[in-house]
Ligand binder design. Structure first.
Ligand code: NAD
Ligand code: TYD
Length: 347
């Protein structure tokens, strides 16, 4: 039995993860989420009756509240999803990325350190209760950009290019420092681009599905030949599960789908699937500092922990398109308000 603090559990990956864990384990989950524009309790409404699940609205930067949660719920595991996650927003409004993604992570680390230490008064104590773990959910974007060749391994130096990826890389460094300096039991996962149900429709795949479905223009940045590695969110959740239960303390694990696709390929695939014309595509000004290519070497997690992706892209994208078509009501709810204001400013 674990008492897991999942932060950012009302967002895209966090909400999939909360459901995945409750379907597969008899654990308690405390979901701490500030409910920014990206966090929606709609994503979790099926869980309202589950006694193993508690939602707390709050900010990971609020140290006193986080401290109280650790005491009240005897937290023994943290899976930190909470973040500002959209690169375009980090270009127009970087500051909140730095405070949430870096200071928020450091606040959680500090509170975990104080609660999990075997000798709380001793500042040189490096012993922690066994079975406790802080898992930082990070991204392949911390490694920067690849040219035509090459692949990110866990040993690739961090070289972030956007305020978003710089904030995530900084958080990774702080997590590493808490392990090296204080002995805090940590893992870091670095995953490639996720797709699947409940993704906020500002990210490429849900945006293109939604716009195509409503015959709106499809903004493709630059030449559209940037490459991302795509992984179904449920495979990401299974990867985090493997690291949580089997990952060696202090280690970083890449999680990737061996599934590199150019953006324009994805856009055309969605159009084809929805029987919509390519005339909807509009090439727009490129994103500043736009990373050209990401590719992940997932040898470590596959060989050491036995994880591998279960979805083919064809299956995953088909199911995802269908999910968005079947969940127009969800789309309407999550996109009312702030999202629309943001996009009316951008285009
Ligand atoms: P998301 O934007 O959908 O969700 C983020 C969640 O964090 C939201 O529910 C939001 O309300 C919450 N949040 C934001 N600021 C907060 C704060 N200060 N305190 C508490 N909660 C706060 O993001 P996502 O796509 O689900 O990503 C989750 C994590 O996974 C992030 O850390 C992201 O960096 C990482 N990641 C995402 C991808 C991807 O493709 N989406 C890939 C690799 C890693
Ligand atoms: P995105 O989903 O924002 O993820 P990330 O930037 O974290 O990889 O974007 C995926 C790719 O799609 C990225 O190369 C930027 C591009 N893109 C577009 O071309 N048009 C769009 O409207 C969006 C949102 C993204």
């Amino acid at each position: 039995m674990k008492n897991i603090l999942v932060t950012g559990g009302a967002g895209f990956i966090g909400s999939n993860f909360v459901k995945y864990i409750l379907e597969n384990y008899n654990y308690y989950i405390i979901n701490l989420d500030a409910l920014t524009y990206a966090g929606n309790l709609e994503n979790l409404k099926d869980l309202e009756e589950d006694f193993r699940y508690t939602f707390v609205k709050g900010d990971i930067r609020d140290r006193e509240m986080v401290r109280q949660l650790f005491s009240k719920y005897s937290i023994d595991t943290v899976v930190n999803f909470a973040a500002e996650s959209h690169v375009d927003r980090s270009i127009t409004d970087p500051e909140v990325f730095l405070t949430t993604n870096i200071i928020g992570t450091q606040t959680l680390l500090d509170v975990a350190k104080d609660h999990w230490k075997l000798k709380p008064g001793d500042k040189y104590n490096r012993e922690f209760k066994t079975g406790f773990k802080f898992l930082q959910v990070s991204t392949d974007e911390v490694y920067g950009s690849l040219g035509k060749e090459g692949i990110f391994t866990e040993k690739t130096p961090l070289s972030p290019n956007s305020p978003y990826s710089a904030s995530k890389a900084s958080a990774d460094m702080v997590v590493r420092a808490y392990h090296e300096t204080f002995g805090l039991p940590v893992n870091i996962t670095r995953c490639s681009n996720n797709y699947g149900p409940y993704q906020f429709p500002e990210k490429l795949i849900p945006l293109i599905i939604n716009n195509s479905n409503h015959n709106k223009s499809l903004p493709v940045y630059g030449d559209g030949l940037q490459i991302r590695d795509w992984l179904h969110v449920k495979d990401h959740c299974r990867g985090i599960d493997s690291v949580l239960h089997k990952g060696a303390i202090g280690e970083v694990y890449n999680i990737g789908g061996n599934n590199e696709k150019a953006n324009i390929e994805i856009v055309k695939l969605i159009l084809e699937n929805l029987h919509k014309p390519e005339t909807l595509i509009t090439f727009v000004e490129d994103r500043p500092g736009h990373d050209r290519r990401y590719a992940i070497d997932n040898t470590k997690i596959t060989t050491q922990l036995g994880w591998c992706p279960s979805y083919t892209f064809e299956q995953g994208i088909g199911e995802t398109i269908q999910w968005y078509l079947d969940n127009e009501e969800w789309l309407a709810k999550v996109t009312s308000g702030e999202y629309l204001n943001y996009y009316s400013k951008m285009y």
